[in-house]
Design a protein around this ligand. Sequence first.
Ligand code: HEM
Length: 425
Amino acid sequence: MRQLGIDLTDRVLLRNPYPSYAILRQEAPVYHVVEDDLYVVTRYEDVKRVLKDHEFFSSRGMARLHDAGLGRSKDSRDAALEAFSEGLKHIRNVVTSDPPDHTAQRKFLANRFTPRQIETWSVGVRELVEGLMQQLVEKNLHEGRVDFARDFAYPLPLLVIADMLGVPRELRMQLRGWSDRASRFFSGAPLTLDVQHASIALTSFFAQQVAQRRKSFEEGTASDAETTDLITLLLKQNPTDDPGSVLNDGEIVQTCVLLLIAGHETTANLLGNMLHALIQFPDVCRWLEREPARIPDAVEEVLRWDSPVQGMYRLTRTDVEIAGTRIPAGKMVLAMIGSANRDETVFENPHLLDLDRKNKSKHIAFGAGSHTCLGAPLSRMEARIGMEVFLSHATSLRLAGEPERVEGNIFKGWQKLPLHFDVKR
Ligand code: HEM
């Protein structure tokens, strides 16, 4: 196996990792990062296999991120973080489980995320986005600039998920800070005590919400709004006294945390990456302003071209061979989705942002196989409505300062995106 000295945690590389991925696909399609004892897989077919083939690659790998984080410091951990990480290894949720456990858990959630169900939320999402846009226009008017990430891309998905979960309005923005920080757990960025505290705060918050709902549900005092939110539905489907219940209340709490983290940072990154692409390619931006019906094509192509989730972890169950390289049992594998989506053997001119690309939906930005993203229709809808509303009010987009990339090598997006725009009359 060749060692190429490519450091996938290097900040400069991470601004544009695609040339390094291309070298890896060509020269070392299974790249062993010796210091982390981690195997990085970069070709499309191989990445897809790692994501899909749970006989060989277990999703328990996702529960061992703290051990596996590429380049994370393993010697400077304190005892509290160690205990916290150890606890996380034992949490069962849909992301970290394998069939048959996974199948039952997923079935529950899948019923809430059907494209038809998602479509019923579109009116509410549009209202919410219009409200955010109004604030953005006012800020642009008064301050001459906005931060697209802070003022639009991050709040949008947070408000949508909070609405779905039935989190009271006055508590929603409180969630934002915790969610931003807790999601770093999955981002590949250094693990700090701050991340741990945010994860605990988020868990306690949902533990309280679940307990309150359980009580009012059992006492028959739940309000109409509460009876349709996702937390209440999960509680109803999993009565405490029924041995057939798939999730206990603790697992329902974990599911809420998971949905918030899985759906917040990822969709925010998609929106930020779209905006950044439109600034880089003003012709595409003008085209979409004229023909908003092409926005779904732009969403799809940006998902491929600059994937918000660049990689997913798996743990090998037995010895396995990929692209001629043997990986022993019990090793962490990083399936590099961001690289697969730029694989030249699948996508012609892969580095080109091409809205007319014939096979753009072949991308695996939402994963592949039985763990494929449950929130994909929701995030596509949020991105479509977000861009439709934004481009119907804003034009002549230009950067108003240096953008700042999200930390780590798992999420790719912008945590700061200073922007000027003109308001359409
Ligand atoms: C652009 C936005 C998004 C991207 C790029 C994305 C990406 C992904 C990927 C790559 C996976 C596969 C995980 C694996 O194979 O281990 C996944 C799973 C998942 N996503 Fe998303 N996601 C997005 C938005 C959302 C939203 C909005 C939600 C829900 C509110 C969500 C909920 C989930 C859940 C529950 C899973 C686990 C499914 C399973 O393990 O069976 N995601 N996502």
